[in-house]
Design a protein around this ligand. Structure first.
Ligand code: SF4
Ligand code: SF4
Ligand code: SF4
Length: 335
């Protein structure tokens, strides 16, 4: 491997690891903050901790409802505005910068990567054969289709608004916390299964089950950034495919236009053939690969700053209302 490629590999891999680690630590921090806020509202905790708006990132179905309300009624979500902002940022990143949200930001994707690496070290990790991989790949799209049908097709403005103002929507973050803190036996068994299988089958949750990733992947098909391969210089060593976390058959094509490509760039530096594998734009074979993560992180940060400055980050629900509703959490059901 050339010195340039080695430098590129070290820097890109380190940068990605750093970004993913920082976002994961940040998520753990907001998880802890939200838990402390929840304890305070239920009078179990003595010290007041402010509710972190970023916790709304984990409410993608509510965000999909908010996107439709924004589109139909022009009204920005005032209950979970940060959730809507993060959702829109992820959609924009997918549209222009591949599934960069999955490859560089999402902490679940990072956990999946870590499990895969641990599985490889333990020599228990493998990819499923095509005959089972392809049907399983459709599950996340079926889930996406199901939720899209319910929300985008079935719900009119009246039912969207009714859901939006419902007590259930107001406490959906606390409901989610409850779901993870007090899982039923079935939920606990499913979570344990998903945790363990991530060490054995590469990227199991992200590849087969996550409808959020499915949506981002479909949008990413329109992205101008693509991995490009020059067949005349390719020596067919398959190193790119071995390292690809999304198991893409890169050597089957000149341009990777695949809904699974997360823009991680891991394939570029391992390629031993000079100028064979590059990051390109539609109509341009090579751009500096560092451009992709810079734009992904820049767009994400810009979305956050814009939302903060324009008052679309902090919820307008008061702490007292959260407190009252969280105390009734077990009696509030889905509308
Ligand atoms: S597929 Fe889903 S869980 Fe995985 S990285 Fe993407 S958004 Fe996160
Ligand atoms: S093709 Fe390259 S950039 Fe895309 S997911 Fe695979 S390794 Fe990452
Ligand atoms: S790593 Fe490079 S040379 Fe090897 S198969 Fe992939 S594109 Fe071809």
């Amino acid at each position: 491997m050339s010195l340039t490629n080695q430098l590129l590999q070290n820097n890109l891999n380190r940068l990605r690891l750093l970004c993913q680690s920082l976002f994961a630590i940040f998520c753990l921090y907001i998880g802890w903050q939200f838990y402390s806020f929840y304890l305070w509202t239920t009078e179990t905790g003595k010290v007041f901790t402010p509710r972190p708006p970023a916790v709304e990132a984990f409410l993608p179905l509510g965000a999909l409802i908010s996107v439709k309300r924004l589109f139909l009624g022009g009204e920005y979500d005032t209950i979970h505005p940060a959730g809507l902002t993060i959702f829109i940022a992820a959609l924009l990143i997918a549209l222009f910068l591949r599934k960069g949200f999955c490859g560089w930001i999402c902490p679940v994707g990072f956990a999946s990567n870590l499990a895969e690496r641990a599985g490889k070290r333990m020599r228990i990790s493998f990819s499923l054969p095509a005959w089972i991989d392809l049907p399983l790949l459709s599950i996340k799209y079926l889930l996406l289709g199901f939720f899209s049908y319910l929300i985008l097709w079935q719900m009119d403005m009246e039912s969207l608004t009714a859901f939006h103002h419902s007590s259930y929507n107001l406490i959906s973050d606390a409901k989610m916390l409850h779901f993870f803190l007090q899982p039923s036996i079935l939920t606990g068994a499913i979570m344990l299964f998903l945790f363990l299988i991530s060490f054995v089958i590469k990227n199991f949750w992200c590849r087969y089950l996550c409808p959020y990733g499915g949506l981002l992947g479909l949008l990413a098909l329109l992205s101008p950034f693509q991995i490009k391969r020059a067949p005349d210089t390719c020596i067919n060593c398959k190193k790119c495919e071995q390292i690809c976390p999304s198991s893409i058959r890169i050597t089957d094509r000149k341009t990777v236009r695949n809904a699974e490509c997360i823009g991680c760039l891991e394939c570029l530096p391992v390629c031993p053939a000079k100028d064979c594998l590059t990051l390109g734009l539609a109509g341009k074979r090579r751009v500096n690969p560092i451009l992709l993560p810079v734009l992904i992180l820049g767009l994400f940060l810009l979305s956050y700053l814009t939302a903060t400055v324009t008052g679309h980050w902090q919820t307008q629900v008061t702490v007292d209302i959260f407190r009252q509703l969280y105390q009734q959490i077990t009696t509030i059901g889905h509308p």
